[in-house]
Ligand binder design. Structure first.
Ligand code: ATP
Ligand code: MG
Length: 578
C-alpha cells in the first residue's frame, strides 16, 4: 500500500477550493471526509472515483478520511461485501488506518436523535402505508405548457399527534408491537415544498429482518436521508463529498443537521463517473451477477475493481485515469478508450515481453538440421533495460500465427506468402518456399521456409528490405495455454439508454468473451504467477488468471487479455494535436 504515490491528488478543483475557503473562514479547523459504501455489492470504477476524491481531498489538507459502511438496509447487506470492499480500497492504494466505521454502530444514537426531533415537535409516527404516503406526497406534473410543476401534497391525518403519543408509539415501534410496514416515523417539514424529498420524509420503517451486524436487536431501521447526515456528524466529518444525484437531498441533509443540533457537516456534490460501453451502478451490476450473465463480480468484463484487477489492470493505471478525468460539477460520459490508454501506458513500462501464438500454424525450416536447437537472446522489456534478456529456443519446427501466412496475399500484406521474406523476431530472416495442404479440407497444415544463417538476430547484413516481422515459438518447447479474449460487454455506447419495456440485459454483446484453446507460448511463461501481467508480442497484454492449474503437474495456464496493443486513444489525441 505504502509504495503507491498519492501525490496525484494534489491538483486543484472546485471541491478543494470550497474546502480551502471553509478553512480560511474558520468554519472548520481541519478536514475530515469519509467514503461511505453500502455493503451490498463490490466496488466499481465509479466508486474508485469517489474513493480518490474522498481520500484525496483529505490528504491534500493533511486531514483524515473514514471508511464508513452505510449499512442500514439489512435485506441486501452482507459481511462478504464488507470484506470485498476493504480489499479493493486497499488494492487501490488507500489506507483508512483505524477509522473503520459502521452506520449500524450508531443505531442507538440515531434512535436518540430521532426522539429528540419528536420532542421538538419535528417528527411524528404515521399510520399511512407506503402507497398512501406516496399518494399524499403528490408528484411532479406537467402543466398545459408542458412545464413541470408540483402541486402541494396533503397532510397525513396523523401529522398532528402529540409529542407524548409520538414518543409512546415510537418506543413501541422499536419494541416490536406493530407489524412490518404498519407505521413509520416521519420528519415534520413541509408537505407543500417544491422539493418532494422535503415533504415529511420517512426516517424509520419497521422491518423484521436480521442485520448482518446487529442481528435481531432492531426491528426498525433508519432511512438513508436521516442516517447519512447524522452519521457524518457523529464522526465529525467536515466535508461529505458525494455524487451529483444527492444534490436534491442536500436541503434535507442540512435540515437534519440543524434540527438535531449536531456537528455541522457540509455536503458537496461532484459529477459521477459515467463510462462509455459500461454500466456503473451496483443495482445493475448485481443483476448481471445474479442472472449469471457474467461469471461473478470479478468477471474480467465487469467494471468492478476486482474484475479490472483480474483482467490485468493496475491500481496505478486506474489512478492515472482518475486524475486525468478530474473532478467536475456536471455529468458527462468518459470515453472508455482513455482508461484503456492508461493501462497500456502503465503496462508498457512494467510488463515483460514473451512470445505466444494464439492460433498456431506449423512452420518448418527446411534447411535447419534435424534435432538442432539454438538459444536466441530476447529483450525482456525494451522500455526497461534493467529487466535484462532471456534465451528462447529455436528449432526446425516452429509455430506461427495462422493469420501471418496467406496462400494468396492481399494488397499491402508483408507477412508470409510463397516467395516472400519475413523476419522471425529475435531469430532469422526466412523465405517462404511452399506449404502443405490437407487434400480433403483444403486447410494449410504447414508452411515451409529456408533461413538465412547470415541474419541471426534478425539483421540483414546486406541491408535488404524485409518489411514484415512475425512472432513464433519453438514447437517442441512450446507450452500450451488457454487465452480469454474480451470485448465490451455492451456494444452500445450508453447501454442504459434503452427503449421503454426492454432490459439493459438485452443489450449484452454476444462477442464479449472468446475462449481460445490450444494457444502456445515460449517455455518461460511457466514462471509467471497468477495475477501477473505480461505482454505477448503483437497480441497484447495478458494477465494470468486464478483459473490456471499448476503447469508443473501438466495443468494448463489461463491468460486473460487485458487489452490489445492498438491504442485508439493515442491516435485520437495525436489527431487532435494536429
Ligand atoms: P447504486 O447504484 O445502487 O445507487 P452505488 O453504486 O451508488 O449504488 P453506493 O454504495 O451507494 O453505491 O456508493 C458509495 C459512494 O460511491 C457514494 O458516495 C456514491 O456517491 C459514490 N459513487 C457511486 N457511483 C459512483 C460513480 N459512478 N461515480 C462517482 N461516485 C460514485
Ligand atoms: Mg448510490
Amino acid at each position: 500500500m505504502g509504495e503507491i504515490d498519492t501525490s496525484d491528488n494534489v491538483g486543484t478543483d472546485f471541491i478543494r477550493e470550497a474546502v480551502a475557503e471553509d478553512l480560511a473562514q474558520g468554519r472548520y479547523k481541519e478536514v475530515h471526509t469519509r467514503f461511505p459504501p453500502e455493503p451490498n455489492g463490490w466496488l466499481h470504477i465509479g466508486h474508485a472515483k469517489a474513493i480518490s476524491v474522498d481520500f484525496g481531498v483529505a490528504e491534500s489538507f493533511h486531514g483524515k478520511c473514514n471508511l464508513r459502511f452505510d449499512d442500514t438496509n439489512p435485506e441486501k447487506e452482507d459481511q462478504s461485501y464488507v470484506e470485498a470492499i476493504k480489499r479493493d480500497v486497499r488494492w487501490l492504494g488507500y489506507d483508512w488506518q483505524d477509522r473503520e466505521f459502521y452506520a449500524s454502530d450508531y443505531y442507538d444514537k440515531l434512535y436518540e436523535l430521532a426522539c429528540g426531533l419528536i420532542r421538538k415537535g419535528l417528527a411524528y409516527v404515521d399510520d399511512l402505508d407506503e402507497e398512501q404516503i406516496k399518494e399524499y406526497r403528490g408528484t411532479n406534473v406537467p402543466d398545459k405548457n408542458n412545464i413541470t410543476f408540483t402541486p402541494p401534497g396533503k397532510n397525513s391525518p396523523f401529522r398532528d399527534r402529540s409529542v407524548e403519543e409520538n414518543l409512546d408509539l415510537f418506543t413501541r415501534m422499536r419494541a416490536g408491537e406493530f407489524p412490518d410496514g404498519s407505521k413509520t416515523l416521519r420528519a415534520k417539514i413541509d408537505m407543500a415544498s417544491p422539493n418532494l424529498l422535503m415533504r415529511d420524509p420517512v426516517m424509520y420503517r419497521i422491518r423484521r429482518e436480521p442485520h448482518y451486524r446487529t442481528g435481531n436487536k432492531w426491528c426498525i431501521y433508519p432511512m438513508y436521508d436521516f442516517q447519512h447526515p447524522l452519521s457524518d456528524a457523529i464522526e465529525g466529518v467536515t466535508h461529505s463529498l458525494c455524487s451529483l444525484e444527492y444534490e436534491i437531498h442536500r436541503p434535507l441533509y442540512e435540515w437534519f443537521i440543524k434540527n438535531c443540533d449536531v456537528f455541522p457537516s457540509r455536503q458537496i456534490e461532484f459529477a459521477r463517473l459515467n463510462l462509455s460501453h459500461t454500466v456503473l451502478s451496483k443495482r445493475f451490476l448485481i443483476q448481471l451477477v445474479q442472472e449469471k450473465k457474467v461469471s461473478g463480480w470479478d468477471d474480467p468484463r465487469m467494471p468492478t475493481l476486482a474484475g479490472l484487477r483480474r483482467r490485468g489492470y493496475t491500481p496505478e493505471a486506474i489512478r492515472d485515469f482518475l486524475s486525468r478525468i478530474g473532478i467536475a460539477k456536471t455529468d458527462s460520459l468518459v470515453d472508455i478508450q482513455l482508461l484503456e490508454h492508461c493501462v497500456r501506458e502503465d503496462l508498457n513500462k512494467k510488463a515483460d515481453r514473451y512470445m505466444a501464438v494464439l492460433r498456431p500454424l506449423k512452420l518448418i525450416i527446411d534447411n535447419w538440421s534435424e534435432g538442432k536447437t539454438e538459444l536466441l537472446s530476447a529483450v525482456n522489456n525494451p522500455e526497461n533495460p534493467s529487466r535484462g534478456t532471456r534465451n528462447i529456443p529455436f528449432g526446425k519446427e516452429l509455430l506461427i500465427e495462422r493469420d501471418d501466412f496467406r496462400e494468396v496475399p492481399p494488397p499491402k500484406y508483408f507477412r508470409l506468402f510463397p516467395g516472400n521474406q519475413v523476419r522471425l523476431r529475435y531469430a532469422y530472416i526466412v523465405t517462404c518456399t511452399g506449404f502443405d495442404k490437407d487434400p480433403v479440407s483444403g486447410e494449410v497444415t504447414a508452411v515451409h521456409c529456408t533461413y538465412d544463417p547470415a541474419t541471426k538476430g534478425g539483421d540483414a547484413p546486406d541491408n535488404r528490405k524485409v518489411k514484415g516481422t512475425i512472432h513464433w515459438v519453438s514447437k517442441q518447447d512450446a507450452v500450451e495455454f488457454e487465452a480469454r479474449l474480451y470485448d465490451y460487454l455492451f456494444e452500445a455506447e450508453r447501454p442504459m439508454d434503452i427503449p421503454a419495456g426492454t432490459s439493459f440485459l438485452d443489450n449484452i454483446s454476444e462477442h464479449s468473451l472468446e475462449v481460445v484453446q490450444g494457444a502456445f507460448a515460449e517455455p518461460g511463461i511457466t514462471k509467471i504467477g497468477v495475477g501477473q501481467t505480461v505482454q505477448f508480442e503483437r497480441l497484447g497484454y495478458f494477465c494470468k488468471d486464478p483459473d490456471s492449474s499448476d503447469s508443473n503437474v501438466g495443468g494448463k495456464a489461463v491468460f486473460n487479455r487485458t487489452e490489445t496493443l492498438r491504442d485508439t486513444w493515442a491516435k485520437i489525441e495525436k489527431k487532435n494535436e494536429k
